[in-house]
Design a protein around this ligand. Structure first.
Ligand code: ADP
Ligand code: ZN
Ligand code: ZN
Length: 811
């Protein structure tokens, strides 16, 4: 027997291996097997196809071992991967790389790290497993090579696989944040005092240390009321100090246990709440969507900000799980999942789990398995949640469907998760609900063509009006005063005086986006990128936002030698500083990539804001998306011009979405909120639509532009980047490539041109943009040609070191 196997690498195609006779019984499609690639590289690959005919022309090598007892992926997933590789012009290996948690992807490059929090029970281990686990205790981590040496054999994958399954070791993920295990300190009574009599005697004989006795009594009380006693709660309740607790532990009265907090654990207090009853308008929306789902695989719920779309999704999800199906709820950003899970856990308790790429590997495998078995009914996640092995998925909700983050930029697969979900749902026979207050132009167009079902929910849940938009013309201000105009400052003060909160939105982080020599006009640039450097005052550096490089702040101009720099434009850091100076009594916090690291910090800040410990939150897009704060009355869009000045066909769409979404954070409960938009281009057409919150008029305006210039949805775009450290080589390669194409396809290509940022990390970039009709056939022909010529470039003596990146449906 022979097997076509997917290896998590960018190989040009899948290769075939032979299945030795004695393993034939053990293999199935979707299982992992250990294979050798080249002379010594080993990988865990996934069987895609099994066949009896020997492939023509070569002699396949045998697989080394079978790693699974049951498939880890379903055939439907393999079909999805194949479609993605085909559509997004990447390899199935690259899709596998993105789709499968690292623990299921061992290779000879993997490093295996001990899980310190797992108690190893030697009895449960085979001899070789025991040897490895002992070695891990000492060395903490081992490479595959070391394991092979230790066991004095080559085929060690099955053993390592078992150790991973038993939670004894993990595959190290170098790219990921290091996961910290959450532990809580829990206290127990020592078994010696478990009996009433022994406890009584202990108390009777108590002579000194009254504080310790108080502590013990507090412990007993908590144990009775709360069931289990956390150290933190105990110390708080009793007012005792650590030393006293330690004394009780040292005396052998209490025992301390470090308990790992199971993030998947079902909180018994949750999940009992009933779903909120839908309002009249919500009910209409819900019923209409349910009805339309009978005829449409994809449905758009277009609901203004604050209309309560989440409740409708919850009702739809509830319906799905009532009939014992699974539901996937996708959000564009990991950061949003925390607030949402708090809301959804109330109703769905342990039936719902979060899944995204920042989760620790053990946990991801755990969720993977529970989704596969059907134990987890609802998954809340970002893009990668689409790749879980759903047992019976019947509903996919795509919240904030317009959001650009649904597109993965780097690395391949450069996929649009919304579009991919639609394909996948079709394949599975599941239904999709897209939701947004500002649908993407393509989605709305599809709805208008009746390709998608559609419902427009025009009322806020609170019955309140959308916020009032006030435009402040910054042309009338000096540069400095335009950052926070007197009008905005006054409004902030008045809002806080009413005990309400404020959000200030600015799309640039740092202090000043660039500095310039006033004498000669020289601007410091990144040495590796064609990008001006942003001044960060707190860190006292100049930073490149493209490659992350940091430079000391220059004082002397490299061009003219004068010391005469001026800061230009402004970012969140400067707004925070200016605001603190102008209104020193306010509690101000900033939320951007510089001061919010990791999902926990982000979530903490959001909770602080929710609990009103912060008056004004200054931030980038992070503060905008989908969050629900009920006490925000005023939103300031500090520099709306920066949203309107992009050279990209989607600029209007993005600017409208961004402003409408930020505004949507204001006045979500009760009072009508206000939005202050500071800008100089007061006549920009998009501003008119934003002022009236008029999506439909905006759409009419924009769809005409798209039609006129034949941009999506009236065509399909593909971007092809040529990157090389020599500018002229990249340019030549792009031209060479263009000339090789069939004249019919050539006609559809724009470029080669240099993008606005034409050098990143020392590589010059030239771009071809293909704009072709949406006919699937034409697309296939074009793709085939492109692939062919990309291959020719990759073996061309002069251009083979040019890196080519294809992006289908680029953002
Ligand atoms: P959207 O996502 O459409 O902007 P949300 O779903 O965040 O709106 O809802 C806005 C607010 O209204 C939330 O605070 C939510 O709890 C509340 N809400 C919405 N629907 C209901 C309902 N049926 N019952 C009670 N509260 C609701
Ligand atoms: Zn100068
Ligand atoms: Zn750089």
């Amino acid at each position: 027997m022979y097997a076509e196997i997917i290896i998590p690498l960018a190989l040009p195609k899948n290769y075939t291996w032979a299945i030795p006779f004695e393993m034939e019984e053990a293999v199935m499609i979707g299982m992992r097997v250990e294979v050798m690639l080249g002379s010594n590289k080993r990988y865990a690959g996934i069987i895609k196809k099994l066949q009896t005919e020997k492939p023509a022309g070569f002699n396949p090598k045998p697989i080394i071992s079978v790693l699974d007892e049951a498939p880890i992926v379903f055939p439907a997933q393999l079909q999805l991967w194949e479609w993605m590789a085909n559509y997004y012009m990447c390899t199935e290996g690259e899709v596998m790389q993105a789709a499968v948690p690292s623990h299921l992807k061992i290779s000879s490059e993997s490093i295996f790290v001990i899980n310190e929090d797992v108690n190893v029970d030697g009895e449960q281990l085979s001899d070789p497993e025991y040897i490895i686990s002992e070695a891990l205790q000492i060395k903490k981590q081992l490479s595959l090579l070391e394991i092979q040496k230790l066991l004095d054999k080559k085929a060690v994958y099955p053993i390592v696989n078992k150790l991973i399954q038993k939670g004894i070791c993990s595959v190290q993920e170098t790219m990921q944040d290091k996961y910290t295990i959450k532990v809580e300190n829990v206290l127990h009574l020592h078994p010696n005092y478990k009996s009433e009599a022994a406890l009584e005697k202990l108390m009777d004989d108590w002579s000194r240390a009254p504080k310790q006795l108080t502590l013990l009594l507090a412990f007993l009380h908590l144990q009775k009321t709360a069931g289990h006693v956390q150290q933190k709660a105990l110390l708080e309740k009793s007012g005792a100090a650590h030393a006293q607790l330690k004394a009780l532990i040292d005396k052998g009265i209490l025992v301390l246990e470090k308990r790992k907090i199971d993030r998947l654990a079902v909180d018994l207090n949750l999940g009992n709440a009933n779903l909120h009853e839908l309002s009249f308008h919500q009910k209409l929306a819900f019923e209409s969507i349910v009805e339309q789902m009978k005829t449409h695989a994809v449905n758009l719920l277009h609901g203004i900000t604050g209309s309560g779309k989440t409740q409708i999704y919850a009702a739809l999800i509830d319906q799905a799980i009532q009939s014992n199906q699974q539901a996937l709820y996708m959000l564009p950003e990991i950061a949003l999942t925390a607030q949402m899970i708090r809301r959804l856990k109330q109703y769905f308790g342990g039936k719902i789990a979060i899944y995204h790429s920042k989760f620790n590997p053990n946990e991801r495998v755990e969720i993977w398995n529970k989704v596969k078995s059907g134990e987890i009914k609802i998954v809340l996640g970002a893009r990668s949640a689409l790749f879980l092995p759903y047992k019976n998925l019947s509903l996919i909700i795509i919240d904030e469907e317009h959001d650009a983050s649904y597109k993965q930029q780097d690395p391949a697969p450069r996929y649009q998760a919304r579009d991919t979900a639609i394909f996948y749902a079709n394949q599975l026979g599941a239904k999709v609900v897209l939701g947004s207050a500002t649908p993407s132009i393509e989605t709305y167009y599809n709805a208008m063509q009746n390709k998608f079902g559609y419902y427009h929910l025009k009322e806020r849940f609170s019955e309140g009006a959308l916020p009032k938009m006030l435009i402040v013309d910054t042309k009338k201000q000096t540069d400095q005063a335009a950052i926070l105009t007197p009008f905005l400052l006054e409004a902030i003060q008045a809002t806080v005086a009413k005990d309400k909160q404020v959000i200030l939105f600015q799309n640039k982080r740092g202090y000043a986006p660039y500095i310039i020599c006033e004498t000669c006009g020289w601007i410091p640039h990144c040495k590796q990128c064609d990008v001006s450097l942003t001044l960060h005052k707190e860190k006292n550096i100049l930073s490149c936002h493209y490659c992350g490089a940091a430079y000391p702040v220059v004082q002397t101009c490299e061009a003219c030698g004068k010391q005469n720099f001026k800061q230009k434009k402004f970012g969140t850091e400067q707004i925070e500083e200016k605001l603190a100076k102008a209104l020193p009594h306010l509690r101000i916090a900033r939320m951007d990539l510089d001061n919010v690291k990791g999902k926990n910090e982000h979530d903490q800040l959001i909770q602080q804001f929710e609990q009103r410990q912060i008056d004004v939150l200054v931030g980038t897009q992070m503060v905008v998306k989908g969050l629900d704060f009920e006490n925000v009355d005023l939103v300031g869009i500090v520099d709306a011009d920066s949203l309107l000045n992009f050279n990209q066909y989607r600029v209007n769409e993005r600017a409208f979405q961004m402003m409408e979404q930020v505004s949507g954070r204001a006045g979500r409960k009760n009072d009508q909120g206000r939005v202050i938009v500071q800008l100089s281009q007061t006549n920009h057409p998009v501003i008119e639509f934003v002022k009236e919150h008029d999506y439909t008029a905006f759409y009419q305006f924009e769809i005409n532009n798209r039609k006129h210039f034949a941009y999506p949805p009236f065509s399909r775009l593909m971007s092809i980047l040529f990157k090389h450290k020599e500018n002229h080589i990249a340019e030549e390669a792009a031209n060479h490539f263009l000339k090789s194409l069939d004249p019919l396809i050539q006609k559809t290509v724009m470029g080669p041109a240099q993008p606005i940022i034409n050098r990143i990390r020392n590589k010059y970039i030239w771009e071809l943009c293909v704009k072709i009709s949406r006919q699937p056939q034409q697309l296939q022909i074009a793709k085939k040609q492109l692939l062919h010529f990309i291959h020719l470039i990759s073996v061309h003596p002069r251009y083979k070191s040019v890196q080519i990146i294809i992006d289908i449906d680029p953002n």
